[in-house]
Design a protein around this ligand. Structure first.
Ligand code: SF4
Length: 704
């Protein structure tokens, strides 16, 4: 037996692991006590990493759908040749926009995956790029494009006096860095230490989550009322003249207009609309404005809600009016250890409004955000006849068949493709529909470094890991698929700045990894010498440089935001027909859909409907009963369980459960898919086409 230091690559926390292994398999996994950030911490997923590798249903060979409809093993080289030939034929007949790619969350956690996928896609020349980002938090991309962005970056959590979190539970999600700002390797310990040094924590969440339970102020709002509540906080700050007037005068347009737009939004009005007591709103606003350091940040929750774009904009405005950004001379939030960073400057990047220029989707006429189209239009892009219809789709690290709203429509679209290819270690819902499944390595079977996470780590940390296990079967790395696919399609591919043409030798994974880190501030060879990872405290911290005189200004209240604000502040739509609100909830034992079927992680009953005990009693049910949840779009059954941390009227489930439509479903084992309650086309946000996926009006009744 040997024990090897490495790190987990299931979620962004990248916790250190010690893996004990025999010649052929993992025999034990524990948190690495010598890891400088996680210090021995692991969550249930990390501790069960062996179960992912040894899962009995894991694909160890690439698969091709046979004439009889079953997936059957195929040699990787043959699969690539056939896929390349079929994709080339589609492109030759219908053009590059007839091929789409969907990048799932797991494509982020291997350094080489997304880079190589994008390199192939750019060479292909298609515009039809989609990702999980635009099906759960596109508002985060929209915000800087219409508010503007601060080139100096965010303030640091480790020197903050106050932190405000909207719709996120980092103690469970491990979302840190530019999402929540929290250091998430053992987030509970980080938060406790911050609280002990005097940090004030404000959490906005309909549920008294694990993070909210630690807060000085838990604003337990009615689901979906985020925008009104945050606008109410801004109202208090502006009415009491607590804004940073110097910062606003120098860098922001529209503050006076915002002040008058919010004039009537008194704490009493906000309390009526959100269910949060007026005095709590006033006190939280004062604490946030007093700071003097700290930021408002958010998770995925508000980005799925009924006012996603406006809510995200107002979170940004809260930071603008209080001047909450890293200023000249401040230590920057990123250190650029293994990857180059844009030099931070104390100035505004003016709103770019990119979606108003360039390519537009044929479905809905949507413009692009960060080079992507809204994922919610992908099914229509496939199904609607016409020029540039998507006929072939490549999926990597994602499971759209399980997580998109309106699963029936999504699956119908995926079934109608001429070619569906997915890179997937498991027979997920998407893999079950695919024409080809490429069987990939799992994390411990490949070398990697932490360059992608540079912006997430709270310290100048880096780690390099060798491959811990031999590759089983005929699995390949994701990047090798894209590299070989480019060759099979006779396309050049640019890997870390090097253009490789078909027939040219490909690098090894280790060489490619080294290329990706050659612009970092610490040589990868130096990182290699520290198997547990290291905090490179001795490097000069990156500090924010002075304003270059670019003249950029924030746009606090552009016309489209003003219209959304008027609509949000108007009379609330009351509907007695759907008295409950279904909210989404992360599950510590899963990373999106990953982990549902992993032995030791799967829970039974799966995906219970969590309800306040008084709500369970009010519908005449008891904990453990089956309940029927109905929205205007559909219906699901689930076992109800008590969660007294929920606000009354809110029920909570997790997206991505269930099976494919028409399959036998064992609800206790598979869980219900809340996507059946959602629509891809009704209640979508403007600009982003983001569907309503939380705060969904529903009824709940006991199922007899
Ligand atoms: S929090 Fe869990 S899943 Fe995430 S990196 Fe750490 S051990 Fe892995």
């Amino acid at each position: 037996m040997v024990e090897v230091a490495t790190y987990c690559r299931i979620c962004p926390a990248a916790c250190g692991l010690l893996v004990e292994k025999s010649d052929v398999r993992i025999t034990a996994v524990r948190g690495d006590p010598l890891h400088p950030l996680s210090a021995g911490y692991t969550c249930p997923k990390g501790r069960r990493v062996a179960s992912f590798h040894d899962a009995p249903d894991r694909f160890l060979r690439s698969q091709k759908r046979s004439a009889g409809g079953d997936l059957e093993p195929i040699a990787f080289e043959s699969a690539v040749d056939e896929i390349g030939g079929r994709l080339s034929a589609v492109v030759n007949e219908h053009g590059p926009d007839s091929v789409a790619m969907f990048l799932g969350t797991q494509s982020v956690f291997a350094t080489l995956t997304r880079r190589s996928a994008m390199a192939w896609f750019r060479s292909l020349g298609s515009h039809k790029l989609f990702s999980t980002m635009t099906i759960d938090q596109s508002a985060k991309w929209l915000r800087p494009l219409r508010l503007g962005d601060w080139a100096g970056g965010r303030q640091r959590f480790d020197s903050a006096d106050v932190w405000l979190l909207v719709g996120t539970n980092p103690l469970v999600t491990m979302q840190g860095g530019d999402f929540t700002g929290l250091p998430v390797q053992n987030a509970a310990r980080s938060l406790t230490a911050a609280r002990e040094r005097g940090l004030s924590l404000i959490v906005i969440d309909p549920r008294r989550s694990e993070t909210a339970a630690q807060a000085d102020f838990h604003l337990q709002l009615e689901p979906g009322s985020d925008a009104v509540l945050i606008a109410g906080l801004i109202h208090v700050i502006l009415v009491e003249h607590r804004e940073d007037r110097a910062f606003c005068a120098e860098y922001a347009d529209g503050v006076a207009e915002l002040r008058s737009a919010l004039a009537d939004l008194t704490p009493e009005v906000v309390a009526e609309r959100t269910g949060v007591p007026a005095q709590q709103i006033i006190e939280a606003a004062r604490v946030f404005a007093t700071g003097p350091r700290g930021m408002a940040m958010s998770g995925t929750g508000p980005d799925m809600g009924p006012t996603a774009n406006l809510t995200q904009h107002l979170i940004g405005v809260l930071n603008v009016v209080c001047g909450r950004f890293a200023r000249e001379g401040d230590r920057a939030s990123q250190d650029g250890i293994l990857v180059a960073i844009r030099p931070p400057r104390a100035e505004v990047i003016a709103p770019q409004r990119t979606w108003e220029h360039g390519f537009r989707s044929r479905i809905g006429g949507y413009g692009m955000l960060n080079g992507e189209l809204p994922s919610s239009i992908l099914p229509a892009e496939i199904l609607e006849p016409g020029l540039d219809r998507v006929r072939a789709l490549v999926v990597v690290g994602g499971n759209p068949a399980a997580v998109f709203p309106d699963q029936e429509l999504t699956v119908r679209a995926l079934r109608s493709l001429e070619l569906l290819v997915t890179i997937d270690p498991f027979p997920t819902e998407t893999a079950q529909l695919a024409d080809f499944v490429i069987a990939p390595t799992l994390a411990l079977e490949r070398a990697d470094h932490t360059g992608y996470f540079d912006g997430i780590f709270a310290k100048p940390f880096a780690q390099y890991t060798q491959s811990v296990l031999d590759r089983p079967g005929e699995v390949v790395e994701d990047w090798q698929f894209f590299s070989e696919l480019a060759a099979a399609m006779d396309l050049p591919i640019k890997l870390a700045g090097r253009e490789l043409h078909p027939g040219m030798p490909r690098p090894t994974s280790e060489e490619y990894l080294a290329w990706t880190a050659e612009r970092g501030r610490i040589p990868l060879t130096e990182v290699l010498g520290h198997p547990h990872g290291r905090v490179f405290d001795e490097i000069d911290p990156v500090t924010v440089a002075p304003d270059s005189g670019s003249g950029g200004r924030f746009s606090v209240l552009p016309d489209d935001v003003a219209e959304e604000l008027v609509e949000a502040l108007g009379a609330p739509s009351t509907s007695d027909s759907y008295p409950f609100r279904l909210i989404v909830r992360r599950n510590r034992r899963m990373m999106n859909t990953l982990g549902r079927h992993i032995p030791g992680l799967a829970e039974e009953p799966a995906n219970s409907c969590l309800m306040h005990p008084d709500d369970i009693a009010a519908i005449g049910a008891r904990a453990g009963d089956w309940v029927r949840i109905t929205s205007v779009h559909g219906q699901v059954l689930a076992i109800c369980r008590i969660d007294a941390t929920l606000r009354r009227g809110a029920i909570a489930m997790t997206h991505g459960f269930g099976r494919l439509p028409g399959q036998d479903v064992d609800l206790e084992r598979d869980g219900a898919n809340p996507g059946w309650l959602l629509s891809l086309t009704a209640h979508t946000q403007t600009i982003t086409a983001m569907p309503l996926m939380t705060a969904v009006p529903v009824t709940v009744e006991r199922a007899h």
